[in-house]
Design a protein around this ligand. Structure first.
Ligand code: UD2
Length: 292
């Protein structure tokens, strides 16, 4: 177990008794899902008996609609195959949402939203839209809800092993870093502030999920915190990802997904990562974002 603390403004990292980057339980006894920790057929069959529906939101605003085709096609090959899945695609260019052939019992609803001139707003507006989607009652038929980045692709199975009340993913770039190096928001003026003395995991903003009730609480709280920051003209270091990290620090996820579930195509696969299931694709930021 790793503890970080500050003494006389020096940062010490103690109890470095083997930072086990591949532990499969957290210190609050939540499972961390790695290849080899579950039986895919068994776990799918358990949830299939429950006849569940998985809602999945994805946001494609501005030029990010170019990522939709690969995202949806690869999801159809890998994401909850054989389950009832309902995609909600939020876009300011609904006409650019590709017509991807979906498997039986899978559907897609396009949600038209207003454009924005700043990519940061498109990214952090997701919490508010998630909150509103749940309040609208549209996802009442769903048991679980995921929100995923669109500039991504599925490369491997993603199934019922990822289900639980509150789900976060460990960020691919920080799963083997000490917590003092996590890019949490460090300014006390922000609601996302986390002092150097605290922290356990750094979670990626590309994936969040859980029961509809728990995701609602998360989205609502993060939106409220984002609004307080906005009123003070503060934007957290990593926008809503910073607020998500704050939320998960005090509202622990009931299950964590290993970085297999949110890799980055820019990052070489080290030996300890057995499989990459979902990954951020390479993108030319200058080409796809409306501002720097
Ligand atoms: C990181 C996070 C991302 C988010 C962001 C906040 C990972 C892998 N990614 O990615 O989840 O927390 O930091 O700064 O942890 N979007 C649009 N149109 C735009 C810009 C963004 O639709 O013009 C949406 C889209 O769904 C995209 C998401 O917002 O996937 C996040 O934006 P990003 O992928 O450009 O952010 P990035 O790569 O810095």
């Amino acid at each position: 177990m790793l503890f970080c603390f500050l003494i006389d403004s020096f940062i010490w990292v103690s109890a470095w008794d083997g930072l086990n980057v591949q532990a499969d339980l957290t210190s609050w006894l939540a499972p961390i899902v790695w290849e080899g920790t579950f039986d895919p057929k068994l776990i799918d069959s358990i949830y299939k008996q429950q006849n569940i529906t998985v809602a999945t939101t994805v946001f494609a605003l501005g030029k990010y609609t170019v990522f939709l085709q690969d995202f949806l096609e690869s999801a159809e090959q890998n994401f909850f195959v054989g389950f009832r899945v309902h995609y909600y695609v939020f876009s300011d260019h609904p006409e650019q949402v590709p017509d991807v052939k979906l498997g039986g019992e899978r559907k897609l609803t396009v949600m038209t939203v207003n454009s924005s001139s700043r990519w940061q707003e498109m990214s952090l507006g997701r919490m508010k839209r998630l909150e509103m989607l749940i309040e609208s009652g549209l996802v009442n038929d769903a048991d679980y809800l995921f929100s995923l980045d669109v500039d991504t692709k599925f490369y491997g199975r993603w199934g019922a092993e990822t289900l639980g009340d509150l789900i976060g993913v460990i960020h691919a770039w920080y799963y083997n870093s000490p917590c003092v190096l996590f890019p949490y928001e460090r300014r006390p003026e922000s609601q996302a502030f986390i002092p150097y003395s605290e922290g356990d995991y750094y979670y990626g903003g590309a994936v969040l999920g859980g029961s509809v009730k728990c995701v609602y609480q998360l989205a609502k709280t993060c939106r409220e915190q984002l609004d307080i920051d906005a009123a003070k003209s503060i934007e957290a270091a990593w926008q809503e990802e910073s607020h998500l990290n704050k939320y998960f620090l005090y509202n622990k996820p009931s299950k964590l997904l290993s970085p297999e579930y949110s890799w980055d195509d820019q990052k070489m696969k080290p030996q300890e990562i057995k499989i990459i299931r979902f990954s951020q694709v390479l993108k030319n930021y200058a080409e796809v974002r409306p501002n720097i």
